[in-house]
Design a binder for this molecule. Structure first.
Ligand SMILES: [Zn+2]
Length: 119
């Protein structure tokens, strides 16, 4: 069993005061962090930061997927890499997604309508 480092009391190296836990959201990605109440210095949880970097790598990737005609609609495949990453983050994933014709030439899909990551 490993103990999470954020379960310890962490002091700000500049002010020597106890840093308080908070959530940081970057690109819709939630990360655990701690903040110094005096100088507002923040430390992101190292494992969350690593996950965020994996997310950024995936985010910058472009996938070429083919449209297929299924029944009366067209279907595209969502790369397994993306779904696996989301499932890993959210633990539970709804199989209903919100689809929206966002801009001309752009369709967006919304997973996890309630936002945030279930841990
Ligand atoms: Zn400080």
């Amino acid at each position: 069993m490993t103990v999470d480092i954020f379960q310890n009391t962490i002091l700000c190296k500049k002010c020597s005061v106890k840093m308080n836990p908070l959530q940081v959201i970057k690109n819709g990605f939630e990360m655990r962090a701690i903040e110094c109440p005096k100088c507002n210095e923040k430390i992101i949880h190292p494992s969350d930061e690593q996950e965020f970097n994996n997310f950024v790598n995936l985010k910058n990737k472009e996938f070429n997927v083919k449209m297929r005609f299924v029944g009366n609609s067209y279907a595209v495949s969502i790369p397994r890499e993306i779904v696996n990453f989301m499932q890993h983050q959210q633990k539970i994933m709804d199989d209903m997604v919100k689809l929206c014709f966002e801009d001309f030439g752009k369709i967006s899909l919304r997973f996890n309508e309630h936002g945030g990551i279930k841990r």
